[in-house]
Design a protein around this ligand. Sequence first.
Ligand code: NAD
Length: 249
Amino acid sequence: MRLLNEVVIVTGATGGIGDAQVRLFARERAKVVVADINEDKGLKLANEISGGGGSALFVNLDVSSGSDWNSLVEITLDRFSKIDVLVNNAGIYRTESIQEENTDDWDRVMSINSKGAFLGTQAVINSMRAKKKGSIINVSSTTALVGSWRGGAYGASKAALLSLTKHSSIQNAKYGIRINAVVPGPIETEMISKNISDPEGRALSESRILLGRLGSPSEVAYAILYLASDDSRYVTGTELLVDGGLTAQ
Ligand SMILES: NC(=O)c1ccc[n+]([C@@H]2O[C@H](COP(=O)([O-])OP(=O)(O)OC[C@H]3O[C@@H](n4cnc5c(N)ncnc54)[C@H](O)[C@@H]3O)[C@@H](O)[C@H]2O)c1
């Protein structure tokens, strides 16, 4: 029970990696706030956890909206009285090259993937500072570290998260708050389904990975659990790669 009675907010909680986290954290006895724009899936997931004897609450959150963040914090404190962990996990993916990308799409990616985590950090920090304890995990991507033929906006938005992680960890360590990033490689979720749906695309992705296969959502969730729990109490400002060795070469 590595998160016994800890209050954990997961954004993008109904997607592949988010859903895996919610289920894992609930098994570790956390009280989980399931935050997403997908109300149907979010309510279903939270009900499933609560029905199974766990504790979960769905809150409709668009991470790019400051007022949504304010109400999420209010609802969470009202229901659970504290916030121990925030996972900035929500994200959208784009594959257009820099030449193909238009400014509206660039802004949208930045607004959800980068600004979302900035707003989330700001929104929870006062309640974490008040009790001198907290853990924030930003879900970045290996596209922040290495370039590719497709994409541009997505990788740049994920690189911004690595910088946000370093700056915010420095600014909050003295308040007992640890802030880290996880950096997944390709993980089998809806997000990259187009890239891997044809056998050739899949084989190409897998051929670049030292461990020879794509990752699963629960393999990322376990890395986030480590950063969320006291097991990582001496770890802050770091970037934990979960990429099967993709970027080791
Ligand atoms: N799947 C991969 O290969 C991979 C690799 C590296 C990093 N990541 C990152 O992991 C995180 C989770 O990705 P996933 O693979 O589970 O993707 P996913 O598409 O399965 O899930 C994304 C979730 O984010 C939610 N979301 C989208 N816009 C939102 C908004 N404005 N506000 C709140 N929620 C919103 C969606 O409803 C969905 O539940 C993302 O940040 C993604 O960039 C994924």
